[in-house]
Design a protein around this ligand. Structure first.
Ligand SMILES: [Zn+2]
Length: 238
């Protein structure tokens, strides 16, 4: 079965994370687990660009910016999307801004102009909760948002991710780091068959574990095909 990973990283993440992976190691892991393409992002956009240039058929770059840097964030987005980056990545927790802060609007406007989706980390209070992402998405109904981790590890936030996506047709859900396999099927059935995307969040999580959640989610093979690849291919036009 074709597999596209909608969310992973390259590079080393220090502090209490202490995890890392090189582009070569990532592609080796993709080969091992039958992953055709992976969307990668990192705080170092240039490193992401170099990796994607080295593996153009395998690694799909997304540009990571901090909206609190104002016009600079928009400039960075414009520069990298012109050079074929496929999406914008925002991390409200890491950069300490509420997902629906008005400082995010110029970046989302750039996404609309450049016709790319906005991928937002979710699941941690106070900055990256599904409700905040829902308010941002409601303000920008003509931009597609991918809610990374679909609420992450907390049952209340996971359900909120489903609720927010059900209420906002421009919100898509990504499965990495979210422990409840049952919610993958629930999202597929309640949110929409084209709005659930498989991701690994390598190197924070492992492809073997992340893939198994989809396998045991209760979805049929045809349905799993959408989650594993078709939905990402459609959203990211791969
Ligand atoms: Zn991540």
């Amino acid at each position: 079965m074709r597999v596209i990973d909608a969310h992973a990283h390259i590079g080393y993440f220090g502090g209490f994370f202490d995890v890392g992976i090189t582009p070569d190691e990532l592609v080796g892991q993709m080969d091992e687990f039958g992953i055709e393409k992976t969307v990668i992002c990192a705080p170092d956009n240039y490193a992401v660009q170099r990796a994607a240039t080295e593996y153009p058929d395998r690694l799909i770059p997304a540009v990571w910016v901090n909206p609190m840097t104002g016009g600079q964030a928009v400039e960075v987005v414009e520069r990298y999307v012109r050079e074929d980056f496929c999406a914008i990545k925002l991390h409200p927790l890491l950069h300490s801004f509420p997902a629906d802060d008005e400082a995010v609007d110029p970046v989302v406007e750039a996404a609309r102009r450049l016709d790319v989706s906005v991928h937002i980390h979710s699941g941690h209070p106070p900055f990256s909760l599904p409700w905040s992402i829902g308010r941002l998405a409601a303000r920008h109904p003509d931009v597609d948002f991918l809610m990374i981790h679909m609420g992450h590890g907390h049952g209340v936030y996971i359900q909120a991710a489903l609720d927010v996506a059900r209420d906002n047709p421009n919100v898509y859900l990504e499965t990495s780091g979210m422990p409840m396999h049952t919610k993958i099927r629930a999202a597929y059935e309640e949110v929409g068959e084209d709005r659930v995307l498989f991701g690994t969040d390598v190197p924070f999580h492992h492809p073997s574990v992340e893939m198994q959640k989809v396998v045991v989610s209760g979805l049929t093979e045809t349905q799993r095909r959408r989650v594993f690849a078709d939905n990402a291919a459609a959203l990211l036009r791969l």
